[in-house]
Design a protein around this ligand. Structure first.
Ligand code: URA
Length: 241
């Protein structure tokens, strides 16, 4: 592929801008400055430098972010920050999108990608990837509430019933809950439906991908195994370490 096209595909800007980068001697491969705009090279596994910073060619990017509180999953955040403020500009230029949404006050695992097929596969209503949340409530969680969550509850303006496939009580006011759907405010509404109230919500796991020790506000690139784990198609739980 032409080097200028590679640069463009990786988010370095317009074709003209990428040509200019090459002409200016800003781009090098293996320490060798490439100033020929007609330069071609195989893109797979390619490492290159722009203004001495090292980059790796990626056909698509798959990111996992530990979302902090007070960040919205929209580009035009109105009352809070946007999660896109946390992401490198090159990735934004590539059109990285959130896979599903978390509320502004929910923390934890948010996946992002520029791969439309992957995004569709994970957000399609028929694809039921499990999501594990840690929930803190105002009132102590009763056994009856746990049973109701497992049996399923109705949510206003939504068809069908909404069940948790697993509920583990972690403390008087804390539980871990696994759901497979993803309607608006689902966990908060499910807890409200059983007579409790969520005061803190954190997503620890999507599919078999676990947030691990990734710090709030930080993100990383998923590797092949982690991508499979996010789709719940991995052999085992993959942690983000
Ligand atoms: N359920 C909610 O209520 N909020 C979220 O952010 C995610 C799931």
């Amino acid at each position: 592929m032409l080097l200028e096209k590679i640069l463009q595909s990786q988010g370095f800007g317009s074709r003209k801008h990428c040509q200019q980068l090459i002409k200016n001697g800003a781009v090098s491969i293996d320490g060798q400055v490439i100033s020929d705009v007609k330069f071609k090279i195989a893109e797979q596994q390619l490492k290159f430098q722009v203004y001495s910073k090292e980059y790796q060619y990626r056909e698509h990017v798959y990111l996992a972010l530990n979302k902090p509180q007070n960040y919205e999953c929209s580009h035009q955040a109105t009352h809070h920050f946007s999660v896109f403020d946390l992401i490198d500009e090159l990735l934004l230029n590539r059109g990285v999108q959130c896979i599903g949404r978390l509320d502004q006050d929910t923390t934890g695992m948010l996946l992002l990608t520029d791969d439309g097929q992957f995004l569709q596969a994970l957000t399609h209503p028929k694809k039921h990837v499990p999501k594990v949340y840690q929930v803190e409530t105002t009132d102590p969680i009763s056994q009856a509430q746990i049973e109701q969550l497992l049996k399923g509850v109705e949510l206003r303006n939504e068809k069908g019933i909404y069940t948790a496939s697993q509920v583990k009580k972690l403390a008087e006011n804390k539980l871990s809950l696994t759901i497979h759907q993803g309607v608006y405010h689902q966990v908060k509404r499910m807890l409200a439906a059983v007579g409790n109230k969520v005061i803190k919500l954190h997503r620890q796991q999507v599919g078999l991908l676990d947030l691990g020790q990734l710090e709030e506000g930080q993100y990383l690139y998923l590797n092949e195994q982690q991508i499979q784990a996010a789709k719940n198609q991995s052999e085992s739980i993959q942690s983000l370490e």
